[in-house]
Design a protein around this ligand. Structure first.
Ligand code: DGL
Length: 263
């Protein structure tokens, strides 16, 4: 049994957590989200790197973490080299599923992500390497991220607003990459707006497989140091009651604060 930390700026990482937990239900999970600095898609890169590094070092030490999942595309596109240098445990990141999208797309790919992810050189290198012959339309939106946060708190998604945001992609693409972990939480609504002819792809299952392979290879066994099945936050979350109801659906106990010296 391993202690696995899943991290995101908000509730998006729950979409990744769900895939990992489904594949590997025998492990202990802690879900940490940095709602204090949310949204990461609008955070200055160096500040993001410093924050994530501090969080991870502190959590790994305090909770005997065996493996970290950075369940955030925006963070993963810039923090992974630093974390892999600093932490002595496996670090799994999530980046937009451009490669599988290019393998199936016959027309054009829409990459839907945060405003930061769509401008990162990491993302542009991914496209150059794995989709050199595909037409890739980029759409960065923080409002979509917030809509996913609202949905988890019980607010219905406004389809008219969603359609407005996705307008640049309508009838232009056959494959949409959900390049932000918040977006699988809006999958049904996005499918409705984009239409049945568009295949939506995210990285959740691939991440779960990667975690499995790493745990198999590292033969982690933390059965003697059970960690709590808990969830932490760095600041009082908005609509806390509604958030806790949403989190309970993923099996989590009410949110607790993780006191981290501010970065
Ligand atoms: N869920 C995150 C991602 O995958 C970031 C959302 C945000 O905080 O802007 O990119």
């Amino acid at each position: 049994m391993a202690n696995i930390l899943v991290f995101d700026s908000g509730v998006g990482g729950l979409s990744v957590y769900q895939e990992i937990q489904t594949l590997l239900p025998q492990h202990n999970y802690i879900y940490l989200f940095d709602n204090k600095a949310y949204p990461y898609g609008e955070l200055e890169p160096q500040r993001l790197i410093e924050r994530v590094s501090r969080f991870m070092r502190s959590m790994v030490e305090k909770h005997a973490i065996d493996l970290v999942v950075i369940a955030c595309n925006t963070a993963s596109t810039i923090v992974l080299p630093r974390l892999r240098q600093e932490l002595k445990i496996p670090v799994v990141g999530v980046v937009p599923a451009i490669k599988p999208a290019a393998a199936i797309s016959q027309k054009a790919i829409g990459l839907i992500a945060t405003p930061a992810t769509v401008v990162r050189s990491y993302t542009h290198n991914l496209i150059k390497e794995f989709a050199p012959n595909s037409k890739v339309e980029l759409l960065g939106s923080t409002r979509l991220v917030t809509m996913a946060e609202e949905k988890l708190r019980g607010t219905a998604v406004n389809l008219v607003e969603l359609q407005q945001i996705l307008t640049p992609l309508l009838n232009q693409i056959d494959t949409a990459v959900l390049g932000c972990t918040h977006f699988p939480l809006l999958r049904e609504e996005m499918q409705l707006v984009l239409g049945k002819g568009v295949t939506l792809i995210d990285s959740g299952k691939a991440i779960a497989e990667r975690v499995k392979r790493l745990l198999d290879a590292n033969m982690v066994d933390s059965s003697s140091r059970l960690s709590p099945y808990a969830i932490y936050s760095s600041a009082t979350p908005w609509e806390g009651v509604a958030l806790n109801i949403g989190l309970a659906k993923f099996g989590f106990s009410p949110v607790r604060t993780f006191p981290l010296p501010d970065a």
